[in-house]
Write a protein that binds this ligand. Sequence first.
Ligand code: ADP
Ligand code: GLC
Length: 479
Amino acid sequence: MKILSVASEIFPLIKTGGLADVVGAMPSAVHPHGFAVTTLIPAYGAILEKLGKGTILHQYDDLFGISARLMRHKVGELDIIALHAPFLYERDGGPYVDTLGNDWRDNAVRFAALSKAASDIAGGICKSYLPDIVHAHDWQAALSCVYMKFGNERAQKTPSVLTIHNIAFQGKFSGEMFGILQLPSEVYRMDGVEYYGDISFLKGGIAKAHAITTVSPTYSREILQSEFGMGMEGIIQAREAQTHGILNGIDDDIWNPETDDLIEKNYHSKSLIDRKFNKRKIEAIFNLKRAANPIFCVISRLTWQKGMDVFMEALPDIINSGSRVAVLGAGEAYIEDRLKNLAREFSGKLGIYIGYDEKLSHLLQAGADGILIPSRFEPCGLTQLYGLKYGCVPIVARTGGLADTIIDANEAAMEANVATGFQFNKVTYHEILRAVNRAIPLYHDKRKWAQIQRNGMKADFSWKKSGEKYAEIYKSLVK
Ligand code: ADP
Ligand code: GLC
């Protein structure tokens, strides 16, 4: 059975966040269940070299007025179809923003084109490849489900799945843009892409997909409420029966302290002592003074979603409570600037690296004692899962996937020896600080801390269970 996965990112080709990791891992997660995944992505300029030569599947003379082609590529184990449209995708900057961080002004066309291509493929435009199901990820691919509804008979008959990785990003554009999408006017309605006079790609996908998934059970319930639904709660409620929460897994080939070649020293749950070599390396890179206290790390987009504004207010007291902190992240300028100032003020105790660095993210998980994740909402979150696997104890807000994956070190959990981290309720200065102040004394109780680390390392968040759940959904759709 053939699945066409449609996404704007895939690891290891292009990554700005967890979406890429998940899209990159999904093919091997569902493969054991009889599903062969090919992933359709835009051929961004930055990935052309990694894509290699490829073979042509289809040439468009006019895809939204431009010439484009669909090419098949093999990248490691991944089967890729790339939409080569130099005018849309070959530019300096990121997948969504220019070099100054502003959204590309033609994002509507850039991702409508990706979705239109997905629908065309479902309709049989490529002679040698015809998928049985189309699986679209996030707003950038959501319109696939809409184009398919209005495509040829074959496309209309092909089931579609939409996975919402983050409902806060909705692909909203001015209603005046509707004309360029080349969709029938009946789609510009409340049960289509229309959204308070504007258009939303994500909403269109939610309305038209045969099945909807999101990346944790708790988040699938949260988005039914206005506090988390970000205006989409009504349409999610209308489609509740078709909506499923499936936790993300982690890719053991990439995230495994026993084999990871991006870290200083490999280790396993019985040689936790070896983590110290990684810790020493972190101290060197982040200019942290040697001390007997824990290092807590942050690996995150520096944004409101991730609670980074509150975190940095609490940072001086987190450090004063007896810890050192290493931050790896990039994001909003005011947060970056404040962190830089704090790093000067707390030199030796706070180290920051502003930017994106895959290797450093592995080292931090392998050597820091805990990872702080004070997210206001978190559809799933991957860094706490990597933390568990690496014995880097997660200290997290109790929301979304963070609520589903971490067992708080309360007395009962410690007694039963099942605790894997620390949770707190509200993302406030006091709550973050209280959680850190619960963790620090336990860190100094070496036996108990190792117990928490080992429980986390034992926890199974591999793709096995989640792959099975996606496979069940696929099967239900092709019956
Ligand atoms: P989100 O996708 O919302 O940003 P996730 O926790 O799902 O959050 O995934 C984030 C991914 O991006 C993880 O793989 C994490 O290690 C990585 N990451 C985030 N910030 C950085 C950074 N500055 N450098 C390297 N990796 C990062
Ligand atoms: C989004 C979410 C994150 C999730 C990731 C992968 O970026 O913010 O919580 O882990 O997608 O599904």
